[in-house]
Design a protein around this ligand. Structure first.
Ligand SMILES: Cc1cc2nc3c(=O)[nH]c(=O)nc-3n(C[C@H](O)[C@H](O)[C@H](O)COP(=O)(O)OP(=O)(O)OC[C@H]3O[C@@H](n4cnc5c(N)ncnc54)[C@H](O)[C@@H]3O)c2cc1C
Length: 473
């Protein structure tokens, strides 16, 4: 049989990789996908976005049930949480989608290899070879005109510690057999605050430790302040500017010690400790040393078309330096690469138009520049803010906390950023991404009809508030 030479081989079957392979095939390219795991989907589907949101959905229902009488429902005053059933439902959601991916591979005629891929060097006569160590221990060489690296990331651990049954990362915490009564979360980025919110909803004593002076440090400063206020109102013990965090395991879990913002030593005893201090790119054993690619602290640097310094090799997803580690960033980069390989129209990923969503309670979502970033860039900044207390759907949902903040350019009226904390934030941000993509002005958004009653109407008032003309406040 003649040797198969693929147009594209994608190494890594997470959202970046599988999206790229599917789109490449839709363009008529002969595509292959290599993944080291026995199930496709990567961190996102197996241990990240999807399982956590399935659990957060249960937390949301649970929170509503606690106040069921307020909504006119009697007889559910003492609901019981079935942790095992919750985990089973989460697993079921994941399984349905891993099966869906297997179906999509077949439908799009993508050849899949279950094994660990490594680069073997530069292309020979324009053909790259990727060595795949298959699950049965044998090795196969996959040849392709283009290689797309999409190997994702691993949770970072605090130096000197290892994940186990007490010190957890996002991987272990999704499998704990029983609901812990207490949890210390180290790190207040999206992953940290989502788990903090989830376990607080289920009644655990939750402490969050953040070394920076702000919660959700990537968000606009006012969003961080509001989350801090609302988490404290929920009884979550949030500590900012902490230093010297140490974990000592004991028979009841672990004693976590740290120095607080005032320089005072503090301790917290907890059954479990979640370390959520960021993610390291999975590039250490990929054969990069045999190529011209020189990683920067493990990250692969690319140009706007996701091309690496090695001709014919692209990188997408969490391994790419300078882009946020988010599933939708990886998958969009995958679409860009597929279009480029097929010689079709593509638009590079624009860093200032990437929505960021955090699914804690209250939800957070943002796109574009924060107020501080806009000022740094020299814009004459004009800001509007509208509180959810003036939104009728928020009243219906019993979710009055939070606000919409719009950052705009005073000179031309362009919307530069939108920052939301409150109900359905992660859904209504989509409109703001489109607004930024189309370079909409505040005035254009003020004359965009929003259906009533919706949470999205808070955006209409948010845009109007830039001109001091929000109607509902
Ligand atoms: C708890 C948690 C919650 C999250 N929630 C969200 C969210 O709500 N929204 C969001 O946008 N992002 C979220 N993320 C981030 C998101 O999961 C990642 O940005 C996304 O999974 C990155 O996609 P990727 O395709 O680059 O890599 P991954 O999803 O990590 O996939 C990489 C794949 O490559 C495979 N692989 C690795 N090395 C090799 C090799 N050498 N050969 C073959 N295969 C290999 C792996 O098996 C894996 O399947 C979350 C992350 C975590 C940890």
């Amino acid at each position: 049989m003649p040797e198969t030479i693929f147009d594209a081989v994608v190494v890594g079957g997470g959202p970046a990789g599988y999206t790229c392979a599917i789109r490449a095939s839709q363009y008529g390219l002969k595509a292959a996908l290599i993944d080291a795991n026995d199930r496709l989907g990567g961190t996102c589907l197996l241990w990240g976005c999807i399982p956590t949101k399935a659990m957060l959905f249960t937390a949301e229902i649970w929170d509503h049930l606690k106040h069921a009488d307020r909504y006119g429902i009697d007889g559910v005053a003492e609901p019981k949480l079935n942790w095992k059933a919750l985990l089973a439902r989460k697993d079921d959601v994941v399984t349905r989608h891993t099966k869906g991916l297997d179906f999509l591979m077949k439908k799009n005629k993508i050849t899949t290899f279950k094994g660990y891929g490594r680069l073997t060097g530069s292309a020979n006569d324009g053909i790259h070879s990727v060595e795949v160590k298959l699950a049965d221990g044998t090795t196969q060489t996959v040849k392709a005109k283009n290689v797309v690296l999409a190997t994702g990331s691993d949770a970072r651990m605090l130096p000197g510690y290892k994940a186990d049954e007490t010190i957890l990362t996002n991987y272990e915490i999704l499998k704990i057999a029983d609901l812990p009564k207490s949890l210390v979360v180290i790190g207040s980025g999206a992953v940290g605050v989502e788990f903090a919110s989830l376990f607080k909803s289920f009644g655990a004593d939750v402490t969050v430790l953040e070394m920076l002076p702000r919660a959700v440090p990537a968000e606009d400063e006012e969003i961080g302040k509001e989350l801090l206020r609302l988490f404290k109102k929920r009884g979550i013990d949030v500590n900012l500017s902490v230093k010297d965090t140490k974990i000592e395991k004991n028979k009841d879990g672990a004693l976590v010690s740290f120095t607080d913002a005032n320089g005072k030593p503090q301790t917290r005893q907890a059954e479990k400790v979640l370390v959520a201090v960021g993610r390291a790119p999975r590039t250490y054993d990929l054969g990069l040393d045999k190529t011209k690619i020189v990683p920067d602290r493990g990250f692969i640097m690319t140009n706007e078309w996701m091309e690496t310094t090695e001709p014919g090799i692209y990188a997408i997803g969490d391994i790419v330096g300078g882009l946020p580690q988010l599933a939708h960033v990886g998958s969009m980069a995958g679409l860009v690469v597929a279009a480029r390989m097929a010689g079709k129209f593509a638009k590079p990923v624009n860093r200032t138009r990437i929505p960021g969503c955090t699914y804690c309670d209250p939800q957070i979502a943002s796109v574009g520049l924060t107020e501080a970033q806009a000022k740094e860039k020299g814009f004459q900044v004009k800001v509007g803010k509208f509180p959810f207390v003036g939104n009728s759907k928020a009243t219906i949902l019993d979710a009055h906390d939070g606000f919409v903040k719009v950052v705009s350019d005073a000179k031309y009226g362009e919307v530069l950023g939108v920052h939301i904390i409150g109900p359905y934030a992660t859904e209504i941000i989509a409109e703001c991404v489109t607004a930024l993509e189309l370079e909409a002005t505040v005035e254009e958004m003020m004359f965009t009809i929003h259906a009533h009653p919706t949470v999205a109407e808070a955006l209409l008032d948010g845009f109007s508030s830039v001109e001091g003309m929000a109607v509902n406040v």
